[in-house]
Design a protein around this ligand. Structure first.
Ligand SMILES: NC(=O)c1ccc[n+]([C@@H]2O[C@H](COP(=O)([O-])OP(=O)(O)OC[C@H]3O[C@@H](n4cnc5c(N)ncnc54)[C@H](O)[C@@H]3O)[C@@H](O)[C@H]2O)c1
Length: 304
């Protein structure tokens, strides 16, 4: 008995890296998997057929899978994911929006094409793939759906040289919160993953700092470490857990804060005067600093 027996999963960008590990583990847990990937370079250019390799790997292990090479950045691509699942497996239960690219540049050098390409694959890609699935869940009445989206500390904390990527990844966290509300009544959970893993996306960043990446580093911090929390959320165990952000990296699993008001003041009458804000704003900033300090203290990993 697998945790995902009789479930149909679509995993985008599953030809390599984190998506591949998720597809392999979902199939090993009994899901029929649509392996989507157009086989792009890290910057989103080019195509190669790598989805078929993962399908072969899954089938060789006794699992069930089919390839889809559409781009998630196209509305028709997102629609084809649902259609591939329906044509081959008769339904769809799980969508993992994992496909991604990078075009790192500071704002001074970021061309419109760099901005558009990254927003298209990440943020629009989440829209393109989620909309057909959401409509299908509503129209079919199929229960227990799962959407698992991929954000990043780049968008949630901020990171130098990634205004396009960070904006898309922060947007994905906001998109997920709205979808969680809209899909609750259709029995579908929507959660966000903030991963950290050594893949072709991140290994060059290490190498640029003069560090070498050995097999033991991949064993300790490779993309395989992200799959368990995604599969768990997709399983029955994840029922009712929605609108959360989980961070996973190097054997760690954590939950992140969602935005909340930490401290507030209200004037009984009239508008704020600037000299009143001289007094109030530092108190707000101080409350925020204390909140961060408490989160940092409580967020230290517990060894298990
Ligand atoms: N690796 C990390 O540490 C890290 C950190 C934060 C966020 N992420 C996010 O996790 C996800 C997976 O990253 P990864 O490290 O496995 O990257 P990766 O480059 O190894 O894999 C991404 C895959 O997405 C595919 N892809 C790109 N554009 C596509 C498109 N338009 N349609 C379909 N497929 C497309 C690529 O061909 C590639 O196989 C991404 O969304 C990434 O932004 C990764």
């Amino acid at each position: 008995m697998g945790r995902l027996d009789d479930r149909v999963a679509v995993v985008t960008g599953a030809g390599r890296g984190i998506g591949r590990e998720i597809a392999l583990m979902m199939a090993a847990e009994g899901a029929s998997v649509v392996v989507n990937d157009l086989g792009a370079n890290t910057d989103g250019t080019g195509t190669t057929n790598i989805a078929d390799d993962v399908v072969e790997e899954i089938r060789a292990a006794g699992g069930s899978a089919v390839a889809n090479t559409a781009s998630v950045a196209e509305v028709s691509g997102g629609e084809s994911l649902l259609q591939t699942a329906l044509d081959n497996f008769g339904g769809m239960d799980i969508l993992v929006n994992n496909a991604g690219i990078l075009r790192d540049k500071t704002i001074f050098n970021m061309e419109e094409a760099d901005w558009d390409a990254v927003l298209a694959v990440h943020l629009k890609g989440h829209y393109c793939c989620s909309r057909p699935f959401a409509r299908y869940l509503r129209e079919s009445g199929r229960q227990n759906g799962r959407i698992i989206n991929f954000s990043s500390v780049s968008g949630l904390f901020g990171n130098f040289g990634q205004a396009n990527y960070g904006a898309a990844k922060a947007g994905i966290a906001g998109f997920s919160r709205v979808l969680a509300i809209e899909l609750r009544k259709y029995g579908c959970t929507v959660n966000t993953i903030s991963p950290g893993a050594l893949t072709r996306m991140t290994i060059p960043l290490r190498e640029n700092r003069g560090e070498t990446v050995e097999q033991e580093d991949i064993d300790a911090g490779g993309p395989q470490h992200i799959a368990p929390i995604v599969v768990w959320l997709a399983s029955d165990a994840g029922k009712g857990i929605t609108s959360e952000i989980f961070h996973a990296a190097r054997g760690g699993v954590a939950i992140m804060q969602q935005p909340r008001i930490i401290k507030s003041f209200r004037k009984s009458t009239g508008m704020w005067q600037l000299d009143e804000l001289d007094d109030v704003v530092p108190q707000l900033v101080e409350a925020k600093a204390a909140n961060i300090e408490a989160a940092d203290r409580d967020g230290v990993s517990v060894e298990v």
